[in-house]
Design a protein around this ligand. Structure first.
Ligand SMILES: NC(=O)c1ccc[n+]([C@@H]2O[C@H](COP(=O)([O-])OP(=O)(O)OC[C@H]3O[C@@H](n4cnc5c(N)ncnc54)[C@H](OP(=O)(O)O)[C@@H]3O)[C@@H](O)[C@H]2O)c1
Length: 253
């Protein structure tokens, strides 16, 4: 998803910096992205789960580019399992990946974003809006990211920094359906290893998600759920929790 977002921003004229832990993977992604002429892509290897690394990245961004207009926090990982089998260590791991990385990047890059009156877009999930079955600690982690995003948006209003959340359902990818097979053991129905833990929501094209991320950065959209028709169902489910449970069971069995 990160590389499709990078491609979309680059095609819209942004100078894009991609961050990841492996310099080799970043170089491969950069080469692929630059196979289309006119795209400006830079790489900065670093582990954004560590504040010192985020500070170093911020220093490099300032030194090499002088400004930052948008930050997209896209690190994250899903999970499979029953809540009553979720252990504390796994939960911490998921929170580190899905929440702490975004928080540390925001903290380290705040100064640059404040100077440009820029924007942050956090990549959440439908699992940050509803608590579907069989997703291990993913619901907890993405709900935390949802809360963090709104808190930052409110706290940074006066600083002129916009903070948005994009919450997509399953995104189409080649390994969808097999990525979490190892985590979905015998205690779960076979469908749980499928995207979204077996949801009937159709896979989204990553390009569609990326276009929305760009709109959030440019037009300051605030909170987008994809596919859009689910917003109404989620609002209804929040207002009428029994209906919400019924809808979730319908959509995931
Ligand atoms: N895929 C879906 O169907 C789906 C649906 C809804 C929401 N989402 C959300 O969309 C986001 C992207 O998902 P994805 O499927 O594209 O994930 P992915 O393929 O696993 O990619 C995650 C990326 O983050 C980088 N990364 C991981 N930990 C890092 C760290 N500590 N520091 C720096 N970089 C790190 C990885 O690169 P390195 O390993 O090289 O560091 C990789 O490039 C996630 O937040 C996910 O929850 C995904």
């Amino acid at each position: 998803m990160g590389s499709v977002i990078a491609e979309t921003f680059a095609d819209a004229g942004y100078q894009v910096i991609i961050v990841g832990r492996s310099a080799e993977r970043l170089d491969a992604a950069k080469q692929q992205l630059q196979s289309r002429p006119g795209r400006s892509i830079a790489t900065l290897p670093g582990d954004v789960g560590r504040r010192s690394e985020c500070d170093r990245i911020a220093t490099e961004v300032e030194r090499q580019f002088g400004r930052l207009d948008s930050l997209v926090n896209c690190v994250g990982a899903s999970d499979r399992g029953l809540a009553d089998e979720l252990d504390a260590e796994r939960l911490r791991e998921l929170i580190d990946q899905n929440v702490t990385t975004a928080l540390l990047c925001c903290q380290a890059l705040r100064g640059l974003l404040e100077r440009s009156g820029g924007s942050v877009v956090n990549i959440g999930s439908l699992a940050g809006k509803v608590g579907a079955r069989y997703l291990g600690g993913y619901n907890v982690a993405k709900h935390a990211l949802t809360g963090l995003t709104q808190q930052l948006r409110l706290e940074w209003r006066e600083r002129g920094i916009h903070v948005a959340l994009v919450s997509p359902g399953p995104i189409r990818r080649e390994d969808a359906g097999t990525r979490y097979r190892d985590r979905a053991d015998g205690s779960l129905p076979a469908s749980a290893s499928a995207p979204g833990g077996g949801t009937k929501v159709k896979g989204l094209a990553p390009q569609r998600v990326a276009r929305i991320v760009l709109q959030c950065a440019r037009r300051r959209r605030t909170d987008v759920i994809l596919p859009g028709y689910l917003r109404l169902l989620i609002v209804l489910g929040n207002a009428f929790p029994r209906l919400g449970d019924w809808l979730l069971i319908k959509f995931t069995s």
